[in-house]
Design a protein around this ligand. Structure first.
Ligand SMILES: NC(=O)C1=CN([C@@H]2O[C@H](COP(=O)(O)OP(=O)(O)OC[C@H]3O[C@@H](n4cnc5c(N)ncnc54)[C@H](OP(=O)(O)O)[C@@H]3O)[C@@H](O)[C@H]2O)[C@@H](O)CC1
Ligand SMILES: Nc1ncnc2c1ncn2[C@@H]1O[C@H](COP(=O)(O)OP(=O)(O)OP(=O)(O)O)[C@@H](O)[C@H]1O
Ligand SMILES: [Mg+2]
Length: 337
């Protein structure tokens, strides 16, 4: 392997990890958990995902997350948002089921009613930092945890976790997806020291361990993923565009992949943590969408352009064993990651 897109095993201090899987092997593990499309299946079996987020300022973020979940392959995608944000989000897409409940006094019960029918929750995109909303989300997190529902926490959901790490401490079905700023905030709150930028692998691993081995995805130039034991990096080529919303695409995609991976179980992920594999899949997919969208739109690329690439990017990464230029194993057997 050569070039900048190979796995960064060598950059990872091996003594701190039980094992490090290489990128192509990790992609294969993602392929193993993707459920087949089949005539005997009924609507809902491929996943019913809930996004908790959105507020009057931010309606794009929950839309991006929820539509990405659908485009990756979920059958139904729900958004639990505020009264004001709901009609706006509905107007973006007839495909989303939008509940205007998040600022209601009965928000927790209103969402709880749906929990038995949901396979995973994505909490935080566009949520904002209103205390009433955050208090409601706290109740929703507690109820979801009690039911054992997989939860992806992003954006302002991570703000809440930084205030109250006990909410997710030790919950094995949670994945945190912090960007640079969100990671620093969590590290400060949980580890009590500012981010050590020199050794990102170690920082991610320490944060994960301190939170009871929850899965952490630190997004950035390379995405670093750890469950406290294993660590993976995704440095697949993306794009130079840093437009807002790419993290929302990632968290929505991860909601579905997390459900699929947990359903498949560690037998299908070769003993690796299913959530680690799902997180790697979501990072690779987001970057592949960025790359393909950028090839078409260049500097004008936005998250909407990336969402249009979800179908082709998914099939290139996860439904073929040999991608021409976008990954997989080339006919020569050489890895192009
Ligand atoms: N269309 C929509 O509705 C969207 C809504 N969204 C929603 O917005 C809410 C807030 O989320 P957020 O991520 O924008 O957080 P926020 O606390 O405002 O910090 C951002 C600032 O941090 C900085 N910064 C960033 N990266 C850095 C780095 N690597 N290294 C150093 N600094 C860095 C940078 O500030 P600068 O230093 O450049 O001034 C940047 O401006 C949340 O609910 C989210 O879901 C988004 O999902 C997008 C689409
Ligand atoms: N410097 C970079 N080079 C390549 N890809 C990057 C870079 N920074 C971020 N990404 C990719 O962009 C995606 C979103 O990461 P980012 O850090 O922008 O999230 P975010 O700030 O939460 O985004 P959002 O605007 O949705 O809130 C991830 O897949 C990440 O790998
Ligand atoms: Mg974000």
């Amino acid at each position: 392997m050569h070039g900048k897109h190979h796995v960064l095993n060598r950059a990872f201090p091996l003594h701190t990890a039980r094992s490090v899987t290489d990128m192509e092997a990790a992609l294969q593990l993602v392929r193993n958990v993707v459920p087949p499309l089949a005539a005997w299946k009924h609507k809902g079996q491929a996943g019913r995902i809930g996004v908790v987020g959105g507020c009057p300022e931010y309606t794009g973020a929950p839309y991006f997350a929820a539509i990405s979940a659908l485009k990756v392959g979920a059958d139904l995608s729900h958004v639990f948002t505020t009264q004001d944000a709901a009609p706006v989000i509905k107007s973006y897409s007839p495909e989303l089921i939008v509940h205007p409940v998040l600022d209601s006094p009965s928000a927790v019960q209103d969402v709880e009613k749906w929990l038995p029918r949901l396979h995973a929750l994505v909490v935080g995109p566009g949520l904002g930092r209103d205390d009433v909303l955050l208090e409601n989300v706290k109740g929703i997190l507690e109820a979801s945890r009690t039911r054992g529902i997989p939860i992806v926490i992003d954006a302002d959901g991570l703000w809440l976790v930084a205030q109250q790490p006990a909410l997710i401490q030790g919950y094995q079905k949670v994945v945190l997806t912090p960007n640079h700023v969100e990671f620093s905030r969590l590290a400060e709150a949980v580890l009590g020291d500012p981010l050590d930028g020199r050794d990102r692998y170690r920082s991610v691993q320490r944060l994960s361990q301190a939170l009871g081995n929850v899965t952490v995805v630190q997004k950035g130039e390379q995405d670093v993923i750890s469950d406290g034991g294993q660590a993976l990096t995704c440095s697949r080529e993306g794009s130079g565009r840093r437009c807002g919303g790419q993290g929302d695409l990632l968290s929505g995609s991860l909601g579905v992949l997390a459900h699929w991976a947990l359903l498949a179980g560690p037998e299908k992920t070769n003993g690796s943590s299913p959530l680690l594999v799902a997180a790697f899949g979501a990072c690779a997919l987001t970057r592949q969408c960025a790359r393909q969208a950028f090839q078409k739109h260049g500097r004008a690329t936005t998250t909407t352009d990336m969402i249009r690439e979800l179908g082709p990017a998914f099939s290139r990464l996860f439904e073929t064993s040999a991608g021409a230029d976008g990954g997989g194993v080339a006919p020569t057997g050489e890895l192009h990651l």
